[in-house]
Design a protein around this ligand. Structure first.
Ligand SMILES: [Zn+2]
Length: 82
């Protein structure tokens, strides 16, 4: 499964699986990955191709894929409302 797709650092920040940059949330991490891919950063492009999609993604699309991939690991509690 995709258990180690994204690791979490201190304070719950999502760590970039490529360079270890600490992003406050998945939306920021998604923007970071898309930005790096846009400037043709080889390792970020490779990670996206291998783990997400070979097509160009917008940050919004990538965030959705990240959320879905992480949720696939267990029951999702992220959208539970009281
Ligand atoms: Zn990175």
């Amino acid at each position: 499964m995709a258990a180690s797709l994204v690791e979490y650092g201190v304070g719950g920040s999502a760590l970039c699986p490529v360079c270890g940059l600490a992003a406050k949330n998945l939306s920021i991490l998604a923007s970071h990955l898309v930005e790096r891919a846009e400037v043709s950063d080889g390792s970020h492009v490779m990670w996206l191709n291998r783990n997400m999609s070979k097509h160009r993604l917008s940050a919004e699309e990538l965030e959705r894929l990240l959320v879905a991939a992480l949720a696939g690991d267990g029951p999702s509690n992220e959208v539970v409302k009281r």
